[in-house]
Design a binder for this molecule. Sequence first.
Ligand code: SF4
Length: 321
Amino acid sequence: MVLVLELEHVTKVFTSGLFGGYEVRAVDDVSFEVGEGEIVSLIGESGSGKTTIGKLILRLLKPTSGRILFRGEDIWSFDREKLRRYYYKNVQAVFQDPFASFNPLHKVDRVFDLVFRNFLRGVAPGEREELIKRSLESVGLNPGEVLGKYPHQLSGGQLQRILIARALLVEPSLLIADEAVSMLDASTRIDILNLLGEFRDKFGTSVIFITHDLALGYYISDKIVIMYRGRIVEWGDAERVFGNPLHPYTRMLLESVPDLSVRWEFKGIEPEREEERVYEIKGCRFAPRCPYARKECYEKPPQTIEIEKNHHVACYLYLKG
Ligand code: SF4
């Protein structure tokens, strides 16, 4: 498989007075790959580091250590011009709150301006209108119903589709969808997920889908990366991770998803019992919440091991000896 993106031992440390002047390893030695046409979900609660990873990939933050490669090139080797014209053309993003991406005083059409200014400079005005209309149609919108409108005249689902149309207008290799459907109602969510899947199938667009919702991740993904407090605890093919969840945290997350085949019972995620300074734990950061934690869990992080083909876990329960 051709790799679009590779994260190699990426770490991001924040030092802030907000955290009492101590270091927070928000992303800690994270490695994973995204292949061409692959949908990879990063799943975890808030504070898991998944959004920080999105920002690192978008070069909004610089890693403290480690490398991020786009088609084999370190993204921090790109100069300003290459970053703007090449990288940001190929790597587009859609974020959680569609309303925040629009200026309430301007018609929604304005969001396309930047795309034409940065990436599609040679396009003539007549052709430009045509391209916008076509891209809106490709995300299931009627251009006549949305163009010329102000954001408050449209629904969250329509606005998010406009932002996806804008992102896909430049035919990116990789789309980062950071909680991109979490503010939408259930049926619109599924429509948007189906849309991302369609683009993957039609154009080979890779997607990094960042979410706290395991069910959505399962619905859309080829590969799942489960994160807890900055570290990857389990990753692999979506079918394998969901069919045979290994890490106690993954199991806890799965238990919080209602099972429609049995009597509905929401167990919820166990309230946090973690120590205040969880990032200072030398070993497994899930230990304060884990029913199986033992002494060694607090002392050294467990190695990641492959349990079956394309299914890895970092937990002492699976380490022999
Ligand atoms: Fe629990 Fe230890 Fe596994 Fe961490 S390494 S999940 S504390 S058993």
